[in-house]
Design a protein around this ligand. Structure first.
Ligand SMILES: C[S@@+](CC[C@H](N)C(=O)[O-])C[C@H]1O[C@@H](n2cnc3c(N)ncnc32)[C@H](O)[C@@H]1O
Length: 201
């Protein structure tokens, strides 16, 4: 792999970070940990935090900073034992369409921007406790309608819990569960409902 820099936390990181206190408990996995900002936040509330990243530079950097967190190099779930189940899995993924002239492993989410998220959603159930939850961030550039399709196909419940408008995109944070505890159409507030309507395929 080329020598990619560690992703410096920005609006997406901070928006997701704010949601963690309401969901982190027990065992938490931070997928694509970057600077470790989300793993460190989760550690305030959880018993144990495992954090992985495909970028080896991230792992050696974070291991020194946060000795209480277990950091591992992994391409999605490739280096996580299938016996291990988590109460919460957090992912601020690369969520933009690939830029072939300026590749960036922290940003490139696949040709249309949602493909890596799709791979994550295909595999994540094997690592989730039956009542576990996923906090996933993506953007208006990630083909939200395609992500909704994958979520429905995999039988997940999902609810939009936070949004932020930036200059050229809008960010979304979803809480996702395969356990039928989220009655999204009932509990959504007006703002979220409007956003959901806008996102329809
Ligand atoms: C948008 S950054 C988020 C970093 C950090 N979690 C944050 O919120 O600031 C995405 C991270 O995912 C990592 N990543 C990209 N592809 C991955 C993969 N296939 N498996 C694991 N991590 C990956 C990148 O190296 C990068 O650190």
């Amino acid at each position: 792999m080329s020598d990619f820099e560690i992703y410096e936390p920005r609006e997406d990181s901070f928006l997701l970070q704010k949601q963690i206190k309401d969901y982190a408990k027990g065992d938490v996995l931070d997928m694509g940990t970057g600077s470790g900002i989300l793993a460190a936040e989760a550690l305030k509330y959880a018993d144990r935090v495992v954090a992985v990243d495909i970028n080896p530079k991230v792992i050696s950097h974070c291991k020194k900073l946060y000795p209480a967190i277990e950091f591992r190099e992994s391409d999605l779930f490739s280096n996580i034992s299938a016996d291990k189940k988590f109460d919460l899995i957090i992912f601020n993924p690369p969520y933009l369409p690939d830029e072939p002239l300026a590749p960036d492993i922290a940003l490139d989410g696949g040709p249309l921007g949602f493909e890596l998220i799709e791979c994550f959603l295909q595999g994540v159930s094997d690592y989730l406790e039956p009542d576990g939850k996923i906090l996933l961030l993506f953007s208006s550039h990630s083909r939200p309608a395609m992500i909704h399709k994958v979520l429905k196909k995999k039988g997940f419940r999902y609810k939009l819990i936070a949004t932020e408008k930036l200059a050229f995109e809008e960010l979304y944070v979803y809480v996702i569960s395969r356990f039928p505890v989220l009655h999204s159409d009932i509990s959504l507030d007006m703002n979220v409902y409007n956003i959901k309507k806008d996102l329809k395929p």
